[in-house]
Every structure is written in C-alpha cells, then in structure tokens.
Design a protein around this ligand. Structure first.
Ligand SMILES: [Zn+2]
Length: 51
C-alpha cells in the first residue's frame, strides 16, 4: 500500500504547465505544448491533498 502511494506522489511531482495556454503535461518535460506548440513550461509544485 505504501509503495503504491509513493508512486502516485512521484507522478504528481512532475506536472508541467504551458506558460502560454496553461495546458498541463504530466510526466517528463514535453518538447512542446500539445495544445499550442509553445516551448516554455513551468514545473508545478505537487499539490498535497490530505496527508
Ligand atoms: Zn500551450
């Protein structure tokens, strides 16, 4: 159970947000936005829910 939770949190830590259209991209940093093609992203901090 603890392992599964850790994996889920690790994924939440990687969220890229397009600085142009604010589309979110999970996983590794995308080369370009899938919506608008913009190439600048900011890394969103993980949002911790309860616990
Ligand atoms: Zn975009």
């Amino acid at each position: 159970m603890a392992q599964r939770h850790a994996v889920a949190e690790a994924r939440l830590l990687k969220k890229w947000i397009c600085m142009k259209c604010s589309a979110t991209h999970r996983g590794s940093k995308p080369s370009s936005c899938r919506k608008c093609g913009y190439k600048n992203f900011r890394l969103k901090a993980a949002e911790r829910r309860k616990t």
